[in-house]
Design a protein around this ligand. Structure first.
Ligand code: PEP
Ligand code: CO
Length: 451
């Protein structure tokens, strides 16, 4: 079946003739147009060549020769904008990557939910407290989380602030990852500290000791771990959900070399589970940009619909173009994933299958949204098992985490219980793993990768 999307010409604004899910009602269209003009005149955040390089790295994941680690905040915040917080988030992702690289024996492609992850899809368009109904909080790119008329009013100036914060964040990430901070021996020494000092880490002593031995072997062979550019520089890519389409369109530019369009707001963009309508605006917009794409795949997506989405988003069957991110829940994945794996395999699309074990395992306790580490691990175990059962490479994980010592998810070595949630619950949206829980999870995934 040919969808509407395939039979019509694409342009950066062709999404405007389609229904767009999850958009705010901007109260002042003139102000929105002004913000769009400003953004369109600003420099790009990323280049077409970088998006191509990431697609190439992801093509290795699609071929079963690399693993994808995509992680970061559920929603970045305008208030939590400090160098230390960015550094600590990067640090924990790099630490996880070392454990995963060693266990899988293949490169780990590291992608942050960072430098642009400012907009959230919501289950309701409004929120009511007492007699008052206001626009729901949609992320700092749109409005504020406080329950007042002023904060909840969608403000297009926020699009510009989101751009500026993304620029500064990306600049710092580039400095950290190319300036020696990410050197392999340094990252490994952080992991050794985690293994020695924390009860959950001690379970991974064997893996850590093996990595230690491998690094000492390399040093003994004369490989200078601090100086070789391969080992003290890493590629770290940015991504966010491409939700607020005026922002994405304004940052879309034509590549001078090829004439193709690239969305320069991030290296990888994904479509959420609530905005993946086949003939909707988000699918229309993203099908036309050359960036690698993610697509969230939840329990309500049928195998036939998923194949149609693959046809629209990856018509040329390009390895690395499309990552399918399953997010079902530990108790639902068995029911849904097998038929989807089969259908996509039969379609011939060379996709990556990744697992988001966060979004299907959310519940409310003591007034806070939370997730149990044990449910998260359980969904990952089923994902690895089902993929292997169907001859599909379990290509990656997609996680919500922070480098800070928050109490938002339950369990882990620090045994966070429901009563602890309000101690340090700082997320403005979904609950994130803290640094210890994230490392604990990385070593669990490492065990799964080792089979
Ligand atoms: C998210 O990744 O924060 C999110 C909203 O996910 P999903 O679209 O899978 O619900
Ligand atoms: Co989330």
């Amino acid at each position: 079946m040919t969808s509407l999307s395939q039979s019509n010409p694409w342009s950066p604004s062709s999404w405007r003739s389609r229904p767009a899910a999850q958009q705010p009602t901007w109260p002042d269209p003139e102000a929105l147009a002004g913000a769009e003009r400003k953004l369109a005149s600003f420099p790009p955040l990323v280049f077409a060549g970088e998006a191509r390089k990431l697609t190439h790295a992801l093509s290795q994941v699609a071929a079963g020769q690399a693993f994808l680690l995509q992680a970061g905040d559920c929603a970045e915040s305008f208030h939590e904008f400090h160098a230390d917080a960015i550094r600590d988030k990067l640090k924990v992702i790099l630490q996880m990557a070392v454990a995963l690289t060693y266990a899988s024996g293949v490169p780990v492609v590291k992608v942050g939910r960072i430098a642009g992850q400012f907009a959230k899809p919501r289950s309701q368009p409004t929120e009511t407290q007492g007699e008052t109904t206001l626009e729901v909080f949609r992320g700092h790119m749109v409005n504020g989380e406080g329950f007042s008329d002023l904060e909840r009013r969608p403000d297009p100036e926020r699009l510009v602030v989101a751009y500026q914060q993304s620029v500064a964040t990306l600049n710092l990430l580039r400095a950290f990852t190319k300036g020696g901070f990410a050197a392999l021996n340094q990252v490994h020494s952080w992991n050794m500290a985690f293994v020695k000092e924390s009860p959950q880490g001690q379970r991974y002593e064997q893996v850590a000791a093996e990595i230690d031995r491998a690094l000492r072997f390399m040093t003994a062979c004369g490989i200078d771990l601090g100086a070789e550019d391969n080992l003290d520089e890493v590629d770290f890519w940015t991504s966010h959900e491409a939700l607020i389409l005026p922002y994405e369109e304004a940052l879309t530019r034509q590549d001078s070399l090829t004439g193709n369009f690239v969305d320069t707001s991030a290296h990888l963009l994904w479509i959420g589970d609530r905005s993946r309508q086949l003939d909707g605006a988000h699918v229309e917009f993203l099908r036309g940009v050359l960036n690698p794409l993610g697509l969230k795949v939840g329990p309500s997506l049928s195998p036939a619909e998923l194949v149609e989405l693959c046809d629209v988003l990856d018509p040329e069957h390009r390895p690395g173009r499309l990552t399918l991110i399953g997010r079902f829940g530990h108790d639902k994945i068995d029911q849904h994933l097998p038929a989807l794996l089969e259908a996509v395999r039969n379609s011939g699309h060379p996709v990556i299958w990744a697992c988001d074990p966060m979004h299907g395992n959310t519940f409310t306790a003591q007034g806070h949204k939370t997730r149990r580490l044990s449910d998260i691990v359980a969904e990952l175990q089923r994902f690895f098992h089902l993929c292997r059962d169907h001859g599909v490479w379990p290509g990656g994980v997609h996680l919500e985490l922070t480098g800070e010592n928050v109490t938002e998810c339950l369990g882990g070595g620090d045994q966070i219980v429901e009563d602890d949630l309000s101690t340090r619950y700082r997320s403005i949206c979904d609950p994130r793993l803290n640094a210890h829980q994230a490392l604990d999870l990385a070593f669990s995934v490492a065990d799964l990768l080792r089979g």
